[in-house]
Design a protein around this ligand. Structure first.
Ligand SMILES: [Zn+2]
Ligand SMILES: [Zn+2]
Length: 334
């Protein structure tokens, strides 16, 4: 989010005149034929009394940051603050700016970052007093209640038909899911189009799709299940899975030794299925957790590869994993 000010003379006023002033700003932007604005150039505006006014709102590009690239990447919030007259932001205004940040994070997938217009563009905006606040980390005056953060978004992965879905999963199949969600009208959380890396926006949009199918609670947490995925795409995509060695090793070192909690890395299940197929792991332990049974089974695979002693400790290495993938149909990256 980028913070702006009016940059003109602006007199402190009673709050019942603030809304009219916001409309005046909008009219001035629409009258500016050289910029060819279609609306007010700010996503939100904040008055000295702390009220947040909706300009372009969330999920819309603004015209205020000085270049097409900056406008695409940042929301613009304008403080009703002048270069003369009212130049010092009152605490109520700073709290309003924090509210604006919270709103754009919650409703618009904005990041935590608060910058001034002058960051990345030659301008005095948003004026020295407000820019000092930005540089100080844009704190909420008095600290206090903080702000309602975005609701928690599910960040675990699942493997369906050999392909990984959920936060951090990557591949063309992820893009395909995003495109299908947009086509069916569940793309509202994308600020940029769907891409090959599964983000929180993908999860939120997928949750919207699940709810439209009647799922609720944990069944509508935005991580695909087989049924909702098949209904979305009309088929179940399949692919040769890719296992990330470093994430697998991290899971092998960290996973709890039993099921019952969320899996930390979807690739674990791919490896477990391979160990089951090799006759080294009982199927009931193929639960997505690289727990003690999986470590024991992987150590047996390492011994089968010719490793002994500490080299067969059950923590995957590149050579043994590549050989398991070659035997059981997955690829290895790091
Ligand atoms: Zn500005
Ligand atoms: Zn006001």
């Amino acid at each position: 989010m980028k913070v702006h000010y009016l940059g003109t003379a602006y007199a402190s006023r009673a709050h019942d005149r603030c809304a009219a002033y916001v409309r005046q700003v909008r009219d001035a932007h629409l009258a500016n034929t050289s910029e060819n604005y279609v609306d007010v150039a700010y996503n939100l505006l904040v008055c000295e009394h702390g009220t947040v006014y909706e300009g372009r709102g969330a999920h819309r590009r603004c015209g205020a940051n000085g270049s097409a690239d900056l406008n695409r990447a940042h929301y613009a919030v304008c403080a009703l603050l002048g270069s003369s007259g009212l130049t010092e932001p009152p605490d109520a205004m700073l709290r309003g700016l924090r509210d604006a940040v919270a709103y754009l994070r919650r409703e618009g997938d904005a990041g935590d970052e608060v910058l001034g217009h002058r960051d990345g563009h030659p301008t005095s905006c948003p004026g020295d007093p407000l820019y000092r606040w930005v540089r100080a980390g844009a704190p909420r005056p008095g600290g206090g209640e903080g702000e309602p953060g975005p609701p928690p978004v599910a960040r675990y992965q699942t493997t369906i038909n050999g392909l990984v879905y959920g936060y951090g999963a990557r591949g063309d199949h992820v893009t395909a899911v995003g495109r299908a969600l947009v086509e069916r009208g569940h793309g509202e959380h994308y600020r940029v189009g769907p891409g090959p890396v599964w983000s929180d926006a993908d999860t939120l949009n997928y949750a919207s799709w699940q709810r439209s199918l009647g799922y609720t609670g944990g069944d509508a947490d935005g991580v695909p299940g087989e049924v909702s995925l098949r209904r979305l795409l009309g088929r179940l995509p399949s692919g040769r899975p890719v296992v990330d060695l470093s994430r697998l090793v991290a899971a092998a070192r960290q996973d709890p030794p039993s099921s019952g909690t969320r899996v930390s890395y979807g690739g674990v299940r791919v490896v477990e299925d391979a160990l089951v197929a090799e006759g080294l792991l009982d199927r009931r332990y193929a639960d997505g957790h690289f727990g003690t049974a999986t470590v024991r089974a992987y150590a047996a695979w390492q011994r089968r590869c010719g490793y002994t002693g500490a080299a067969a400790d059950g923590i995957p290495g590149r050579d043994s994993l590549t050989r398991l993938g070659r035997a059981r149909g997955f690829d290895v990256t790091s």
